[in-house]
Design a protein around this ligand. Structure first.
Ligand code: KG4
Ligand code: ZN
Length: 346
C-alpha cells in the first residue's frame, strides 16, 4: 500500500474536491469546486452545501480522473474525509467512496479532516516533516499541536470560543465586507493603519507561565466584541465607512499577534525547528510573515500554497497514504461524524 494510486474525496464543508495521488506522491489530478452560493447569507448554509455537493461530486471526481489520465478501475485505494464537518456534506463523500470501493473491491479509509491539513505542506516540501509545531487555523478550528511524529500529536492549545477564520468572517460582516471574510479583511487592511484603532491582543498577558491554563489557548470573541463596540461608535458619528480599512487592519493585527505569540511560544517550549501552517487562515500573508519575523535563524515556517491551505482532497490523499501504509482500513460501517475526534492526540 505504500505505492498505491489513491483517489481521495473531500466534502466536509462547502468545497467539493477530488485528487489522484500516484505511488510516488505525485499529484496526477486535483480538482476543487468551491460553492459560490453562501455569500448572501454571510456564512455556509448546511442544507444548501450538501445539496450542491451531491450535484457536483460525480463530475469533480470525473475531472480529477481525466486530469490523471486514468480510469476509476485503475485506483488501488480510496480515501475520504469522514469528519469533522457538516454531516450532510460529509455523507456525500463518504457514501460516494464507500460505493466506489465496494463495487471495485478496493480498500478505503476514512480520514480526519484536521489531520489531513497537517499533511498539506509536506506534499509541496518534503522538509515539512515531524517533529514540528502545527498551527491549524480554519473556519471551524484553531489548533496548536506538537506533531512529534505522523500520527503522534500533542494538543497544546485551541480556541476557547470562535475559530480564527470564523472571527475573520464575523468581523468582515460587521464591517460590511464580503464573505468569506478573511480575504476581504486582508485586502481592506492593506489600505489601513492598524494603529488608529488599536485593539488589545487577546489571551496574551506579560506574566504568563508554562502550565497556566491560557498559556497556549486562544480566544477571538472578545476581540470581535471590541470591534463591534468601535463600529457602533463610529456609526453614530457617521464615520464608519472611511474607517473600515483601519478597523480591518487593527483587527487583523490583533488576531495575527495572538496566533504568533502562541505559536512562537510553542516553538520555544518544544525546542522545535519547524512550524507548519494549515487551514484557510494560513492564506493570510501577514500571519506567515509575523511568525517568520519572530523565529530564530534556522527555524522555518512552511505555508502551503493557497490551494492546499484551504480544504482540498490532495491533503486527504496524503494523510490516507500514511494511514494505509500502517495497515489501517475502514469497513463498510464507516460513518461520517460531525464531531470525529482526531486520532493520535494525547
Ligand atoms: O480551511 P478552510 O478553507 O475551510 C474550513 O475548514 O473552515 O478555511 C476557511 C476560512 C474562512 O473562515 C476564511 O475567511 C478564512 O479561512 N480565510 C482567511 C483568508 N483566506 C481564507 N482568513 C484570513 N486571511 C485570509 N487571506
Ligand atoms: Zn479545513
Amino acid at each position: 500500500m505504500t505505492d498505491a494510486t489513491i483517489l481521495a474525496v473531500e466534502t466536509s464543508c462547502d468545497d467539493t474536491s477530488a485528487a489522484v495521488l500516484s505511488g510516488e506522491d505525485e499529484l496526477l489530478g486535483h480538482v476543487i469546486a468551491t460553492q459560490d452560493l453562501h455569500g448572501d447569507y454571510g456564512g455556509v448554509v448546511p442544507e444548501i452545501a450538501s445539496r450542491a455537493q451531491l450535484q457536483v461530486i460525480d463530475s469533480v471526481v470525473g475531472q480529477a480522473l481525466a486530469e490523471a489520465g486514468i480510469d476509476l478501475s485503475d485506483v488501488d485505494a480510496f480515501a475520504v474525509t469522514a469528519g469533522p464537518g457538516l454531516i450532510g456534506s460529509l455523507l456525500v463523500g463518504v457514501n460516494w467512496v464507500k460505493a466506489a470501493a465496494f463495487s471495485l473491491g478496493r480498500p478505503f479509509i476514512g480520514v480526519h479532516h484536521m489531520e489531513a491539513h497537517l499533511f498539506a505542506s509536506v506534499l509541496e516540501d518534503p522538509r515539512a516533516r515531524p517533529p514540528f509545531i502545527a498551527l491549524l487555523v480554519s473556519g471551524g478550528h484553531t489548533l496548536l499541536l506538537h506533531v512529534r511524529d505522523w500520527g503522534d500529536y500533542r494538543l497544546l492549545g485551541q480556541t476557547r470560543d470562535d475559530a480564527a477564520g470564523e472571527a475573520f468572517d464575523k468581523v468582515a460582516r460587521l464591517l460590511g465586507l464580503d464573505y468569506p471574510g478573511g480575504p476581504a479583511i486582508e485586502k481592506a487592511a492593506r489600505e489601513g493603519d492598524s494603529r488608529r484603532h488599536p485593539f488589545p491582543v487577546p489571551m496574551v498577558r506579560g506574566n504568563q507561565r508554562a502550565g497556566d491554563v491560557d498559556y497556549f489557548d486562544m480566544s477571538f470573541s472578545g476581540l470581535k466584541t471590541a470591534v463591534l463596540m468601535r463600529v457602533r461608535e463610529l456609526e453614530s458619528e457617521g464615520r464608519l465607512q472611511e474607517e473600515v480599512p483601519h478597523l480591518a487592519a487593527a483587527f487583523q493585527a490583533a488576531a495575527v499577534e495572538q496566533l504568533t505569540v502562541k505559536t512562537v511560544r510553542a516553538v520555544a517550549e518544544m525546542d522545535s525547528q519547524r512550524v507548519v501552517l494549515g487551514g484557510g487562515v494560513a492564506r493570510n500573508r501577514s500571519l506567515a510573515r509575523s511568525i517568520e519575523d519572530r523565529l530564530a535563524p534556522g527555524q522555518i515556517v512552511f505555508v502551503p500554497s493557497p490551494r492546499l491551505a484551504t480544504d482540498n482532497a490532495a491533503m486527504v490523499a496524503k494523510a490516507a497514504r500514511f494511514r494505509l501504509a500502517r495497515g489501517e482500513r475502514s469497513g463498510l460501517d464507516l460513518n461520517a461524524r460531525a464531531d470525529l475526534p482526531m486520532p493520535g492526540v494525547t
